[in-house]
Design a protein around this ligand. Structure first.
Ligand code: GUN
Ligand code: FE
Length: 424
């Protein structure tokens, strides 16, 4: 297949590549390159002509909560721990009921499918039937995701607490086996909610399952100051919050692919451990603002060489759109530079776009760039309905799409070479 249009992607963290009227050539879902003329050997490939439309890589959501979608945009007047008790846990309790899960997950999956996201890491709840139902719905979309049945056995309402670490182990194992058998594009991921809700015994059992099935890991780390104080009390002998995961082998290193959401307050030895263990940080700027958690030092993380992707963190963040996360990441970095550290220049728009595409994408595989050998995830965007009197370069058109953050301009979406959504 060949896709023709105004092509745009991040070559590197700093450099955006644009080709007007370019040809994106793809063979068996793998990109062969971007050309200004179709090379002879590809002449016979079918051409999809999107002349005048923007063609960009699909966006990657490295952290979101499917069962929180139904209350997005509500209850943003509290900080993390009160917000969890007041809004989040009561909502997540409803997923015990499969009829409720069916309705609410249908809304989430529909929005994810028609939006700009092509791959995502998703928290579900601890309920096995509802989590499998979510995975089944996601599998039908053609999106590529990892989904976690959330593990928690302490410090949460009875209705969300597994009665023991052993019970959590048994049900998590059954869920992993069932999902590995049933789904191809929807993979299970080990998901301790965060240290406060997971006993040591539960963490040990999760490690066992992680190793046995070679699964990735996702969790939350150093999001808010009161959470960090709580972790210090719960794990007094560990050097940092990150070490509380690391002691169980659940913080990257070796072959354990790990994403930690937030890391707003990570520094010093914790930051070093994140880097040493090749842990990805899911930066969730909207959530960090709305729950008053703080501003994550993303410039410093990038300079250290830590890999950072973006997350919507629904419903800590009110928007599922990763376009919105890109603009929020830039805004937050400007405030960080202005108010906290004048040696931390703000992220440029290109850099934040790179985090949402190439950097986040690298967690999954070679995805997020239009270069030879990469898997084709692409968005075809019609920006003609944002009128202006000015002629615009491709880079400027991308900026408007990002700052408008309106997924309604998406005409078509391709994931791993297949069209998964069309607005027509
Ligand atoms: N920490 C533990 N659980 C959650 C959650 O659901 N959302 C956010 N933002 N942080 C958390
Ligand atoms: Fe979260």
């Amino acid at each position: 297949m060949i896709i023709k249009g105004d092509i745009c992607y991040s070559k590197t963290q700093k450099e955006l590549k644009t080709v007007k009227g370019g040809y994106l050539v793809c063979e068996d879902a793998i990109i062969q390159g971007v050309f200004t003329k179709i090379p002879e050997k590809y002449r016979s490939f079918p051409l999809k002509d999107y002349s005048g439309k923007l063609i960009i890589p699909g966006l990657i959501d490295l952290h979101t909560h499917a069962p929180q979608y139904a209350f997005r945009g509500l209850g943003m007047d509290m900080q993390l721990l009160d917000w969890l008790d007041t809004y989040t846990f009561p909502e997540e309790s409803k997923y015990l009921h499969i009829d409720y899960a069916d309705k609410a997950y249908a809304l989430f999956v529909k929005a994810l499918k028609s939006g700009a996201t092509t791959r995502a890491l998703i928290f579900a709840t601890l309920h096995t039937p509802a989590t499998l139902l979510l995975m089944e719905k996601l599998e039908q979309t053609g999106l590529i995701t990892m989904v976690g049945k959330v593990a928690m056995d302490r410090n949460c309402p009875d209705i969300l607490r597994q009665e023991s670490a052993e019970a959590a182990y048994i049900s998590t194992k059954a869920w992993i086996e069932s999902s590995l058998k049933r789904f191809k594009s929807t993979k299970p991921i080990i998901t301790p909610r965060f240290i406060p809700t997971c006993s040591d015994e539960l963490m040990q059992k999760l490690k066992h399952l992680q190793e046995r099935y070679s699964l990735a890991v996702q969790s939350h780390l150093s999001e808010s100051q009161s959470e960090i104080e709580w972790v210090k009390k719960l794990s007094p002998s560990t050097k940092t919050y990150a070490h509380a995961y690391e002691q169980f082998g659940l913080l990257g290193g070796g072959k354990v692919k790990t994403v930690m959401a937030h890391c707003v307050w990570s520094e010093g030895e914790e930051e070093q451990l994140i880097f040493d263990n090749n842990v990805y940080i899911a930066h969730c700027p909207a959530s960090n603002t709305h729950l008053s958690s703080g501003i994550a030092p993303i410039r410093r993380f990038l300079e250290k060489g830590i890999k950072v992707g973006l997350g919507s963190d629904i419903a800590g963040g009110p928007h599922l759109s990763i376009f919105r996360a890109i603009s929020s990441a830039v805004e937050a970095s400007k405030m960080y530079w202005r108010l906290i550290d004048r040696d931390s220049p703000p992220l440029t728009l290109n850099e934040a776009f790179y985090l949402a595409t190439a950097c986040g994408g690298s967690f999954f595989s070679k995805v997020g760039k239009f270069e030879r050998g990469y898997e084709l995830d692409a968005l075809i965007i019609d920006d003609s309905k944002i009128p202006t009197t000015n002629p615009l370069e491709i880079e400027e058109r991308l900026a408007r799409i990002i700052y408008y953050s309106d997924d309604n301009h998406i005409l078509q979406k391709y994931v791993n070479g297949k069209e998964v959504f069309s607005s027509e």
